[in-house]
Design a protein around this ligand. Structure first.
Ligand SMILES: Cc1cc2nc3c(=O)[nH]c(=O)nc-3n(C[C@H](O)[C@H](O)[C@H](O)COP(=O)(O)O)c2cc1C
Length: 288
């Protein structure tokens, strides 16, 4: 393991470590306008949601690591404190990347990158028609984190209107994560596509799980079960009843008494998401 002091690293080296490690990051595709009405459009992956009530999202246009110049997005927001944050899906990602080129101030990246401007209802900057979710925002605060090259500026936005394309909704008018097909940014030139095998579901604990520390010692110290498996088992509020274990054992585990084999079977069940059966398998050893 290497241990690094941020102050001893160059800005590009530190940035590279941070953006590889803090990943994937969602991408805010931000449309802003200066006081003369010139439109700007740029992506920012130092971005996230921080509050639902009020609905607050924050992104960070940083000072250039090379020239210390502020981003046009930042300058515009100081003039007109409004923005539209558009999400980025896989279909748009090459155009989004193009829009991040260092065009001179006043150049409209909607045109440069080939996107369509769509009027907003409550703010001046236009929306990106091609983006499946568009958030009209009022800027509540700008928190400057420094004056030196690489310093971020937290743009605290309140979402005042949310537009969602029918194409990404299910029959209950909720967003279908598969249909949305978002991309995320990682380190260097890496992106991730939130679709197919990259998506998986993890059932949230319903109550308060017993915890890994409460698992029987032989399970907790298993050489076969992984940390994820122990997490699955520790999520249970209570262990299956003895009678259930015996019935399961007589039906599925007849004649299997070796601990290594039982742990391997349990691991397979847990990896398939069959936590209850995994538990019964492991407990069968104690009910022989
Ligand atoms: C996917 C992606 C994410 C980016 N994220 C950030 C970011 O979080 N902060 C930042 O300052 N620049 C970020 N950039 C670079 C800016 O988009 C780029 O500097 C752009 O030219 C800024 O435009 P502006 O000066 O017109 O505001 C990102 C670029 C890409 C392609």
């Amino acid at each position: 393991m290497i241990t690094l002091h941020p102050k001893e690293l160059s800005i590009p080296a530190l940035q590279a470590y941070l953006v590889h490690a803090i990943a994937p990051r969602p991408v805010a595709f931000v449309s802003t306008m200066d006081k003369k009405g010139n439109v700007n459009l740029s992506p920012f992956s130092f971005f996230n949601a921080f509050s639902t009530n009020p609905p607050i999202v924050v992104f960070s246009p940083a000072r250039s690591g090379k020239t210390n110049a502020t981003k046009h997005t930042h300058d515009n927001i100081l003039e007109v404190p409004e923005a539209v944050i558009n999400v980025v899906n896989y279909e748009m990602v090459h155009q989004v990347s193009l829009s991040s080129s260092d065009y001179p101030k006043g150049v409209n990246e909607f045109e440069k990158a080939g996107f369509t401007m769509m009027d907003s209802e409550q703010v001046k900057p236009p929306r990106v028609k091609e983006s499946p979710v568009q958030m009209e925002c009022k800027v509540k605060d700008i928190i400057e984190l420094g004056k030196n090259a690489g310093a971020g500026n937290l743009v605290v936005c309140e979402v005042v209107l949310l537009h969602i394309s029918d194409s990404v909704l299910n029959e209950k008018k909720q967003i279908d994560q598969h249909k949305l097909d978002l991309v995320g940014r990682l380190g260097a030139n890496w992106y991730v596509r939130a679709s197919g095998d990259a998506l998986f579901e993890l059932i949230k604990p319903r109550g308060v799980g017993m915890g890994v520390d409460a698992l029987p010692e032989k399970i907790r110290n298993s050489k076969v079960l992984s940390g994820n498996n122990l997490g699955q088992l520790g999520n249970a509020e209570k262990i299956p009843a003895r009678e259930e274990v015996i019935t399961y054992k007589n039906t599925h585990l007849k004649g299997i008494t070796s601990e290594a084999e039982i742990h391997s079977i349990a691991k397979k069940l847990l990896d398939e998401g069959r936590v209850e059966d995994g538990w019964k398998t492991l407990l069968s050893l104690e009910n022989q």
